[in-house]
Design a binder for this molecule. Structure first.
Ligand code: URA
Length: 435
């Protein structure tokens, strides 16, 4: 087999066989196929797409490139949740405790943030003492004991994705639907859950901006899940503005705690209830979404989810005093408001620019090696549809590095557009896709 022939076959729009995919991925991971040939194949996939069977073969080969997690030591149906990435998305911190408080085991591996999107692991590290690394025995033991553990994706899980993603990042091939689908699903399948709820984000802060493409991505991921016998459901959700108000690590954990106390923003609370309901259905805890939402609401209202969060933080070495004393979180020395230059209604917020502004402040990384400022970030004060007066704050910037604040302020100013006409609030969930 020659890599050249495989690249030209894909370039001309043909589907690759299982053997050809295996040859490419194995060769790339072991280093016998160079970056430039894989980059050419990625670009061919970007333009020509992939057939369903070819995509399932690619996903399987990616899973086989590394270790898989065996969760069979955990009792019950394990349901995982994955978001395709957004700005201010702290749902795992709220959902995990709700679902676990409902008796469903949540054994979650999460990632760090890169670029304009954040990552759960960085957020959890804003809690003093919190350990994001557990041995396999500790991980399984903790889930069996308290139903919830969240750890950093470590070890040798899908090494093919690590290499491919890094190459996609520098060859303008990240935004390819089959490549995103195989990247996300290979990691979910390797992580061992029985069922998967996908939160596919669409809009200005997501990898996929167009609704129709998000639907296509969701359909493909659901098909891949089915191909691996994992019950999979996808919600297509709005990322045309940050989720909730807080963007930045400690700020987002504080907002998650407020949400667990029943004082969270409506969009964040609503999305968590809906995702939790789908997880309850897949875990066969309830038989309908309505029942799942009622159960999730009850767990929030009775503080059972908050108690579970406390238990979870304690189990992973975190200081539970932060839950009632926010001054114990890393914070920022300075604050500045970004004010509206006119009266009107917020028409749109370029969420990606808000994510970039947070990154500039140090809340995220532009390169993997960057160190994060856990206290820095942005509080989005006005969301789409809100009325704002001239001089009133649209957002508040929290920062430690005085050299960075102005760039962030400029990005936020540009991100907002204000209309003199009334603007309606965008929907939170567009569609649900099941097989
Ligand atoms: N998230 C992933 O894990 N992979 C992608 O390709 C895009 C988003």
């Amino acid at each position: 087999m020659r890599v050249y022939d495989i690249i030209s076959k894909k370039r001309d729009g043909f589907s690759l066989s299982q053997e050809e995919i295996q040859f490419l991925i194995e060769g790339y991971v072991k280093g016998s196929i160079p970056d430039y040939q894989i980059a050419a194949w990625l670009m061919a996939v970007f333009f020509q797409g992939m057939e369903e069977e070819e995509l399932i073969n690619l996903t399987r080969q990616m899973v086989l490139s590394g270790d898989t997690i065996d969760l069979s030591g955990i009792e019950g149906i394990k349901v995982d949740k994955h978001s395709t990435g957004g700005v201010g998305d702290k749902t795992t911190l709220i959902l995990g405790p709700i679902v676990a408080a409902g008796g469903v085991p949540v054994a979650k591996m999460s990632g760090r943030g890169l670029g304009h999107t954040g990552g759960t692991i960085d957020k959890l590290e804003a809690i003093p003492g919190f350990r994001v690394e557990l041995t396999k025995e500790q991980f399984v033991g903790q889930v069996n004991k308290i139903k919830l553990a969240v750890v950093s994706q470590s070890g040798n899980i899908v090494p093919a994705d690590k290499k491919l993603y890094a190459l996609r990042d520098v060859t303008a091939t990240v935004n390819s639907i089959p490549l995103i689908a195989s990247s996300v699903m290979s990691k979910k399948i390797a992580a061992g859950a029985d069922a998967i709820v996908l939160d596919v984000k669409t809009g200005s802060g997501a990898f996929i901006n167009e609704l129709a493409e998000a639907v296509q991505l969701a359909q493909l991921m659901v098909k891949i899940g089915k191909g691996f016998n994992r019950k999979t459901i996808a919600l297509i959700t709005n990322m045309d503005q940050p989720l909730g108000q807080a963007v930045g690590n400690a700020l987002e954990v504080k907002e998650a705690i407020l949400t667990l106390k029943g004082q969270g923003p409506d969009d964040l609370t609503g999305l968590c209830l809906e995702l939790a309901a789908h997880m309850f259905v897949l875990a066969q805890k309830v038989s309908s979404i309505e029942e799942g939402i009622s159960l999730a609401e009850e767990l929030l209202n009775t503080s059972k989810a908050l108690d579970k969060f406390r238990e979870f933080i304690h189990a992973q070495g975190g200081d539970i005093k932060v839950i009632d004393d926010f001054s114990l979180f890393p914070s920022s020395q300075y604050r500045v408001s970004v004010c509206s230059k006119e009266d009107g209604y917020v028409e749109s917020i370029a969420a990606q620019e808000i994510g970039k502004a947070a990154m500039v402040l140090g809340a995220g990384r532009s390169k993997k090696e960057d160190k994060i400022d856990l206290g820095a970030g942005i509080i989005v004060k006005k969301k789409i549809g809100d009325f704002v007066q001239k001089g009133e704050a649209l957002a508040e910037v929290h920062y430690n590095d005085q050299g960075k604040a102005q760039e962030a302020v400029t990005l936020i100013e540009k991100a907002y557009s204000i209309s003199s006409q009334k603007v309606s609030k965008p929907p939170l969930i567009y569609q649900t896709i099941a097989d």
